[in-house]
Design a protein around this ligand. Structure first.
Ligand code: ADP
Length: 301
């Protein structure tokens, strides 16, 4: 098969591993920088151009689109879809997953447990909003944040009010969330491929920190998740319409709740913590599922 990997940098661990795994399984693979793709969307034969050549004959595309280039990256992925190339994750699902509010609303609608979450536009509604999520301590999240940046724990109501006011003053979009203190700075990353959790790790925040992101100094270890957690992760992936994703769970007093669904999960942490060859599993999933013009994920909800 001829597989394209959309990635800005072929040296990144995940990109390298996917290239390796594809080659090992005798596929032709090419890393394509989405920001160097340009397209003619009005033509009868949609095409993608890349540094002066035309990209064609690909049977599958693996999008690894960073949060900062979601808009253009998804446009390029859509163009691949218009050309009938099978996307590992479809563009609409990635766009959906990148919007934290939209994701929370979708997951909640399908009955998936989430931390109690609120959002508001006007500073006049801050007090009510804080009450709705059960008062302080609470977590305030910038909707545009990633890797734990823009996630603030407010221990007191007063601190929460000031932080929310400050963010609103900067016209930043935020959401306010119940703080799951009983998780003790740990979360679970479940890597879903198709309808299975193929690997799971526990990430523990460093001493004195509540955010468990590896980029924030957290550490990862192999973990056994419960059948309920397994099924929650798989259902969350399906609701989002993602074939491959990382579902982050927090172990709360009212069961494990979904904190986030990541459409471009990094492979380094999970492969190292679990010793599993996730990259090969992704390539095998593509082998089983890729078909010309199969560009929509089915079976949502
Ligand atoms: P990002 O997308 O920037 O990584 P997250 O929403 O995943 O932001 O939050 C970063 C980290 O903060 C999480 O990995 C988790 O450890 C911690 N965290 C986030 N929300 C909560 C919450 N409601 N209760 C407790 N801890 C949380």
């Amino acid at each position: 098969m001829k597989i394209a990997i959309m990635s800005r940098n072929s040296k990144l661990y995940s990109t390298r591993r996917l290239v390796e795994a594809a080659k090992e399984r005798s596929h032709e693979v090419r890393v394509v920088d989405p920001l160097r793709c340009y397209m003619n969307i009005t033509s009868h034969r949609p095409s993608i151009h890349y540094r002066g050549e035309t990209l064609d004959d690909f049977q599958a595309v693996i999008p690894r689109i960073g949060a900062s280039i979601t808009f253009y990256g998804c446009a390029v992925l859509r163009q691949f879809e218009m050309m009938g190339v099978y996307p590992l994750n479809e563009s609409v699902a990635i766009t959906r997953a990148r919007d934290k509010l939209r994701s929370a609303q979708l997951l909640a609608r399908k009955g998936i447990g989430l931390p109690v979450t609120g959002f508001a536009h006007s500073p006049d509604d801050i007090n009510d909003l804080i009450d709705q999520v059960g008062g302080a301590p609470l977590v305030i999240k910038l909707l545009e944040g990633t890797q734990g940046i823009g996630v603030v724990l407010s221990e007191t109501r007063q601190a929460a009010e000031s932080v929310i006011q400050a963010f609103m003053g900067l016209k930043a979009n935020i959401m306010v969330q119940e703080y799951i203190g009983e998780a003790k700075g740990a979360d679970l990353r479940c890597l879903v491929i198709g309808d299975k959790v193929v690997a799971a790790m526990k990430r523990q925040a460093k001493e004195g920190e509540f955010r468990s992101n590896l980029h924030r100094g957290g550490t990862a270890t192999l973990v056994r998740i419960t059948p309920e957690e397994r099924s929650t992760a798989v259902r969350a992936a399906r609701v989002m319409g993602l074939n491959v994703c990382g579902v982050d769970l927090l172990r709360s007093n009212h069961g494990s709740v979904v904190m986030e669904v990541n459409s471009s999960p990094g492979l380094e942490g999970i492969e190292n913590a679990t010793g599993k060859d996730v990259a090969s599993m992704i390539i095998q999933f593509i082998e089983k599922n890729a078909k010309p013009y199969k560009t929509k994920t089915r079976g949502k909800g």
